[in-house]
Design a protein around this ligand. Structure first.
Ligand code: NDP
Length: 279
């Protein structure tokens, strides 16, 4: 019998670790499935999805720059994808496209399960209001923080995100938009969802945002700590990068497709070892 097939669609896509992660999940859980990388032309995302569906594909992950197009293409959406306004996971059934977003739940699971940080009752600062931040707000609110401040370089984008969330959650009163500034106060959990770390840029935030015993989380991952994580460590915060989020969002997509939850720790450890060996 032909194996169930999955892909990750993006542009560029060569760097993607998703095939390796899903191969490890499939082996560990005894699932018979294939998972490949797929480069879609920048103007050919929908055509790429439809031809994969026509060939019998069962599901897909979607990455940069197609998450918004994926949201528009889905016939039905999970609550978290609707709140995110972006889709990173497709499940295909009878010619229909179900869109989900597993980024935010991957983030929350990594923070709570692996970093051992309890979000309930904490003050959270989310830096950034782009796609990754959008996908994180509802899962973060579902973890019951006392407050969630969204700070962005362009204040209007943070304000639009807060406004958008009002129709997706009863906890919108916990949200507040802010521009980057001095005097933001201190927080228990500080999440960098900006792309500044990708360009080795520091963020214009004061060290005071890192409270005693706080956790600083950078969604970006690399062999070396980002400027954000270095500043946080100097201020006495615990630090964690986004490698665990990457593995957890993949595990959540695997669960959506296969109804089986893989053990993420050995996969995380293998990827971390690879990353460290690459320097
Ligand atoms: P977007 O392009 O959608 O958003 C970028 C965000 O970064 C915006 O809020 C933008 O602010 C802000 N920004 C960019 N440069 C700077 C700067 N120099 N100073 C301050 N703010 C800046 O990107 P994504 O949301 O898709 O990705 C954000 C990060 O999250 C990336 O590092 C990405 O690698 C990571 N990520 C990690 C995942 C994981 O699994 N670990 C999954 C998804 C993303 P403005 O609105 O003002 O332009």
């Amino acid at each position: 019998m032909k194996m169930d097939q999955y892909v990750v669609i993006g542009n560029p896509i060569a760097h993607s670790k998703s095939p390796q992660i899903h191969a490890m999940f499939a082996q560990q859980t005894g699932q018979s499935m294939g998972y490949e990388k797929c480069l879609a032309p920048l103007d050919g995302f929908a055509a790429t999805v439809h031809s994969f569906m026509a060939a019998g594909g069962r599901g897909a992950n979607v990455t940069v720059p197609f998450k918004l197009e994926a949201y528009a293409l889905a016939n039905s959406l999970s609550a978290r994808a609707a709140a995110a306004g972006a889709v990173n996971t497709f499940k295909f059934h009878a010619g229909q496209v179900y869109g989900d977003n597993t980024d935010g739940s991957g983030l929350v699971r990594d923070i709570q399960t692996h970093a051992g940080f309890k979000i309930a009752g904490s003050r959270v600062l989310l830096l950034g209001a782009g796609g990754a931040a959008q996908g994180s707000v509802l899962p973060l609110l579902d973890a019951l923080p006392a407050q969630l401040i969204i700070a962005n370089r362009s204040l209007d984008r943070a304000e639009a995100l807060v406004q958008h969330m009002a129709v997706h959650t009863a906890a919108a009163h916990k949200l507040q938009a802010m521009a980057f500034s001095q005097g933001m106060g201190s927080f228990d959990l500080i999440i960098n969802a900006t792309s500044a770390s990708l360009n080795a840029q520091a963020l214009p935030i004061s060290p005071e945002v890192f409270g005693a015993g706080s956790l600083a989380y950078d969604m970006m991952y690399a062999a070396q700590p980002s400027a954000f994580l270095e500043a946080a460590a100097q201020a006495g915060a615990h630090t964690r990068d986004g490698l665990g989020m990457l593995v957890e969002q993949a595990a959540e997509a695997f669960y959506v497709w296969r109804d089986v939850r893989p053990d993420t720790l050995p996969v995380y450890q293998a990827l971390r070892q690879q990353l460290c060996a690459s320097v």
